[in-house]
Design a protein around this ligand. Sequence first.
Ligand SMILES: CC(C)NC(=O)[C@H]1CCC[C@H]1Nc1nc(Nc2ccc(C(=O)N(C)C3CCN(C)CC3)cc2)ncc1C(F)(F)F
Length: 278
Amino acid sequence: TNHEAYGNSYRWSPRDFELGSALGQGKFGHVHVAREKKTGYLVAIKALFKSQIMKSRCERQVMREIEIQSHLKHPNILRLLTWFHDERRIYLVVEFAAGGELYKHLTNSPHGRFPESKAARYIYQVADAVEYCHRHHVIHRDIKPENILVAFNGDLKLADFGWSVHAPSERRKTMCGTLDYLPPEMIRREVYDVSVDHWCIGVLLYEFLVGKPPFESEGQDRTYARILALDMTYPEYVPEGAKDLISKLLKHTSKERLSLDGVKKHYWVRQFQNSNNL
Ligand SMILES: CC(C)NC(=O)[C@H]1CCC[C@H]1Nc1nc(Nc2ccc(C(=O)N(C)C3CCN(C)CC3)cc2)ncc1C(F)(F)F
């Protein structure tokens, strides 16, 4: 697309962009929408303060995330287009997702949950994006509605760079992010592999259909206990096919979890593919 027209040797700078409104504030800095002057291309610019990154000793993590993100090229993964820095800040030029944040779409939906056709289409896209990450030896580890954005055409964009900024999100009461998505092996601090993402996709599908995650509880200990006991119930409106798929992902033994190819080919998911945005 446009930005590749410049070739890799081009030295980007803030002067190449017209800064637009702020999209959100956060730990390392803020996010603005911006227009690339020569092409008119809309992008999101994350300005990360070097001082903040140094203070929280996250330099290596930031560089690793930039390294990973700049090599992932998939329609359902938010593209890191380029990056540059000046003496005070690192600027990440990222794809702008005009549809905004997925969790807001979820909370603003009737009954705070998605119809099964939308949930099926979305979970297909997430499984496809995560399968791509696994092929590139990247474990996502933090799949949840807050880390997913929506493109102009309604497609999902996995957007967790690891240091993602937090827009003022009234979403989770708990300060330290949510425990709802933690798989058993991470609670037990056992070694874990790519299949932690399979677990999270099961939790995500449940939250798409029900409007809240399956093990949500008041206290952290209660949530842990429910995860370890696989203590969950389905409201009567959850279709059998979806329950079948979720139960094949929420398995304690990580190697018993359904493959991501299996998710994409599951009969409940397949029946809704290629249906236009009803
Ligand atoms: C995954 C990660 C955890 N999350 C994030 O990074 C968040 C933190 C800041 C914003 C977002 N980051 C991005 N957001 C967009 N698009 C976007 C977001 C919000 C709105 C929106 O609804 N408002 C501005 C509304 C407009 C109306 N007013 C009233 C409220 C805000 C509209 C479009 N594209 C790329 C990014 C990215 F990722 F590249 F930075």
